[in-house]
Design a protein around this ligand. Structure first.
Ligand SMILES: [Zn+2]
Ligand SMILES: [Zn+2]
Length: 148
């Protein structure tokens, strides 16, 4: 069941309160941008979107807010090596990513077998698995077709 933005906002409020911090609408605005986006966004893209709601926001504020939101588990990031990160809202539905190193497209996928296998591997090592991230890097179909 897809959650409403209000649910994410409530969660943010709770976290901010429990940390004894001041509630900032900027964090909320950034969360909103990610909530409304179907894509994974770079910090610059997020900045450009937030600017449409809040003209006065600075890039440094966006960076800080993103770090905070990620630390609190409200959003996730996917690393692009030297090209930086892309962010997405943590919608509570685990998935992994395939990343095209040519056009930066991200394909999301979920595979039951793979999830099971990871747990088994961890168990074999006496390792208590809490979470995992899997990024597969390569060339997407469209980019392969263009090259041939
Ligand atoms: Zn591609
Ligand atoms: Zn994703």
């Amino acid at each position: 069941m897809p959650k409403k933005f209000e649910d994410y906002k409530e969660k943010l409020k709770e976290i901010v309160k429990s940390k004894g911090l001041k509630y900032s609408t900027q964090r909320e605005e950034i969360l909103k941008v990610l909530y409304n986006s179907k894509e994974h966004l770079t910090s610059e893209e997020i900045y450009n979107e937030v600017k449409k709601i809040n003209r006065n926001i600075g890039l440094a504020t966006v960076y800080r807010a993103l770090a905070f939101l990620e630390e609190q588990g409200l959003i996730n990031s996917i690393s692009f090596g030297s090209e930086g990160k892309k962010y997405e809202l943590n919608r509570g539905k685990h998935h992994d990513h395939m990343i095209c190193i040519n056009c930066n497209k991200i394909i999301e996928f979920f595979d039951e077998e793979l999830e099971k296998l990871q747990k088994e591997i961890a168990e074999k090592h006496g390792f208590k698995l809490i979470a995992h991230e899997l990024n597969m890097y390569g060339i997407c179909k469209e980019c392969q077709d263009k090259k041939s």
